[in-house]
Design a protein around this ligand. Structure first.
Ligand SMILES: *[C@@H]1O[C@H](CO)[C@@H](O)[C@H](O)[C@H]1NC(C)=O
Ligand SMILES: *[C@@H]1O[C@H](CO)[C@@H](O)[C@H](O)[C@H]1NC(C)=O
Ligand SMILES: *[C@@H]1O[C@H](CO)[C@@H](O)[C@H](O)[C@H]1NC(C)=O
Ligand SMILES: *[C@@H]1O[C@H](CO)[C@@H](O)[C@H](O)[C@H]1NC(C)=O
Ligand SMILES: *[C@@H]1O[C@H](CO)[C@@H](O)[C@H](O)[C@H]1NC(C)=O
Ligand SMILES: *[C@@H]1O[C@H](CO)[C@@H](O)[C@H](O)[C@H]1NC(C)=O
Ligand SMILES: *[C@@H]1O[C@H](CO)[C@@H](O)[C@H](O)[C@H]1NC(C)=O
Ligand SMILES: *[C@@H]1O[C@H](CO)[C@@H](O)[C@H](O)[C@H]1NC(C)=O
Ligand SMILES: *[C@@H]1O[C@H](CO)[C@@H](O)[C@H](O)[C@H]1NC(C)=O
Ligand SMILES: *[C@@H]1O[C@H](CO)[C@@H](O)[C@H](O)[C@H]1NC(C)=O
Ligand SMILES: *[C@@H]1O[C@H](CO)[C@@H](O)[C@H](O)[C@H]1NC(C)=O
Length: 502
């Protein structure tokens, strides 16, 4: 862990666009009929069931063909499946702490995300596969001018240089997305990076919200940060890098490959997915390995369900399982928590909420939720936060508390959609869960995201503070006890949190 997070920026941005609508948000798409289906309807083919079935079958076959083709084309990307025995997996917690946040003298932090990314980029010798909801690595991408984009610019420059070093780079992002003005992906393509935009709007009525990298089929990054300069200096992010871990990289690669093959304009989701996408690592059969010398059980969960073969644990099931196994405490830090659908349906969805309340009431588990509040946060989530927080009653042995994590905006008022706690993790007495999703229904129904689940037995560890679970716990407590985490009942007037106006 880093003992201090010194930032040496001289801030001198100016506003070049009065309002920019970039944010990490979903742009709902009305479901549309494909041209083929419309044609079928028009010609009255609908009445001939056999005809439809035949066409459906051909579509499925064409799709399988595409997948197989894609798999064959990318054999150079196939990981070496037999290298696992030599794995010496090393896990590192990485964080971005927004500039100008004063945690006091003694606080410790994960490795700075910028440093971790740079390190991965310089380590790469063969290939990098990257997934991000959107790409905005320079200020121009969002019509804002700030010298604090210099880390993002640097990452972009390094990415551009990789193909010249014979490192094969693939990048996926989402349709629909935000940041329509960004030229990052065009620039990267011109420099030899392979780019695909995956139309999750069409495929599932969702988005690709995953954020991860796979480097040389050995190292992985998973976390909350998009490929966004603000993620390095203005937004609070958390993730992990796992080095020298072919076994997990190989598993994550299957999820990456599922995006890649769905990047064709006519792709449809196969059902079932070809056996290539099956995994032997899941909730019921986690991988037993040492992470930084700590014996651990690990698996990678996936969303949406339509992208999960039977053998892959769904992200929601992973979260419910971690909550269900907690014995003493459940500490959750997510940007937004909303027990309902937000985008595709108007519907209550108390699945995670029930599990949390059951843990608190039935098993005497202490539940803490640390939710971000910023200027652009959706005010409609506030009543739900008050609702679950109102159950808190320690004298009756019910401990469910919500705090709002508020990143001071300070003088950074002109950079859109920043100064928030973008973290998406949970830590219990025995498990660390690092995810990429908000905790609301759509993320587990239509949206692409991944989760890393690491179980470690701290009671038998010689130095619990050196385990991932111990480190993540310390990060949560650092934030929970900081001046930035405000109990709901203590939220007075605070212009940096939209709820204070409610
Ligand atoms: C913004 O605020 C920080 C911390 O208060 C300060 O160091 C920095 O110089 C300020 N930048 C500008 C442009 O005022
Ligand atoms: C989820 O998070 C994004 C930012 O990552 C935010 O813009 C969006 O509105 C969130 N909301 C919900 C309830 O899912
Ligand atoms: C790769 O291509 C060959 C020949 O085109 C084909 O026989 C084989 O089945 C393909 N492999 C996969 C995994 O699809
Ligand atoms: C920091 O740690 C030192 C030594 O443990 C302690 O004396 C000091 O009071 C701490 N300072 C703060 C601000 O907590
Ligand atoms: C995107 O570009 C258009 C046209 O150049 C401009 O009008 C708009 O303000 C830009 N939007 C952002 C978010 O920078
Ligand atoms: C990249 O690969 C080509 C063809 O194999 C080779 O000629 C060239 O020297 C390589 N460049 C670097 C920087 O390794
Ligand atoms: C990964 O393994 C290589 C060679 O086995 C070693 O040199 C390197 O230090 C390892 N990296 C980490 C972060 O442990
Ligand atoms: C996608 O489908 C359209 C219409 O059926 C066809 O014209 C086009 O060639 C297809 N594209 C690919 C990449 O298969
Ligand atoms: C983990 O490390 C210990 C020694 O530190 C070793 O005995 C054990 O076999 C290792 N476990 C795995 C799964 O590699
Ligand atoms: C519930 O847990 C708290 C500590 O979190 C403990 O003090 C209390 O005795 C427990 N109550 C019961 C009924 O087990
Ligand atoms: C998504 O949510 C809708 C509405 O509750 C439900 O009908 C559907 O089965 C869900 N799909 C998945 C994959 O969870």
């Amino acid at each position: 862990m880093y003992s201090s997070f010194a930032s040496t920026f001289k801030e001198s941005y100016e506003l070049s666009s009065p309002y920019t609508s970039l944010h990490d948000n979903y742009v709902p798409k009305k479901p549309r009929m494909s041209g083929l289906k419309t044609l079928l309807l028009a010609t009255g083919c609908l009445t001939v069931l056999g005809c439809l079935l035949a066409i459906a079958l051909i579509e499925v076959m064409k799709n399988e063909e595409n997948i197989h083709k894609a798999l064959n084309i990318s054999t150079t990307h196939q990981p070496d499946l037999h290298a696992e025995e030599s794995d010496q997996c090393r896990i590192v917690l990485v964080e971005s702490i927004p500039l100008w946040m004063d945690y006091g003298a003694n606080a410790s932090f994960g490795v700075p995300l910028y440093k971790a990314w740079k390190d991965l980029l310089s380590t790469a010798s063969k290939q990098i596969d990257m997934a991000s909801f959107y790409w905005t690595l320079t200020g121009e991408d969002i019509g804002a001018k700030s010298v604090t984009d210099q880390f993002g610019r640097d990452i972009l420059e390094q990415l551009k240089a990789l193909p010249k070093r014979n490192v094969s780079v693939r990048a996926v992002s989402s349709i629909p997305s935000v940041s329509s003005n960004s030229t990052d992906l065009d620039i990267l393509r011109e420099n030899g990076v392979h780019v695909r935009r995956i139309n999750f709007g069409k495929l599932t009525r969702g988005i690709l919200h995953s954020k991860f990298w796979i480097v040389d089929n050995r190292h992985i990054y998973i976390g909350s940060a998009n490929m966004d300069w603000r993620a390095l200096t203005q937004v609070k992010e958390l993730g992990v890098v796992i080095y020298n871990c072919t076994s997990l990289a190989t598993d994550l690669y299957k999820i990456y490959q599922s995006y890649w093959v769905m990047g064709h304009s006519n792709a449809t989701i196969p059902d079932p997915w070809p056996s290539f996408y099956d995994t032997s690592i899941n909730k019921d059969q986690p991988l037993h390995l040492n992470l930084s010398d700590v014996p651990s059980r690990v698996y990678i969960s996936n969303s949406p369900p339509a992208f999960c073969p039977e053998s892959r644990t769904k992200d929601l099931d992973a979260i419910l399982s971690v909550i269900g196994q907690a014995g003493q405490f459940i500490h959750v830090a997510v940007m937004e928590y909303f027990p309902a659908f937000k985008f595709n349906y108007h519907k209550y969805w108390p699945v995670i909420e029930n599990a949390l309340i059951q843990a608190a009431l039935d098993r005497n588990v202490t539940v803490r939720l640390m939710i971000s509040c910023g200027r652009d946060t959706d005010p409609s989530i506030f009543p739900f936060l008050k609702s679950i927080n109102s159950l808190n009653s320690p004298p009756d042995n019910i401990r469910i508390e919500v705090r709002l994590y508020i990143v001071p905006v300070g003088n950074e008022t002109n950079i859109p959609y920043t100064r928030v706690n973008h973290n998406k993790y949970m830590v219990t007495d025995n498990v660390a869960y690092i995810g990429t999703s908000n905790w609301s229904a759509d993320y587990f129904n239509t949206t692409a995201g991944v989760g890393l689940v690491v179980s470690q037995d701290l009671s038998h560890s010689p130095s619990p503070g050196d385990t991932l679970v111990g480190q993540l716990s310390a990060v949560f407590e650092r934030d929970w006890d900081s001046k930035f985490a405000v109990p709901l009942e203590k939220l007075g007037h605070n212009p940096d949190c939209i709820f204070s106006k409610a």
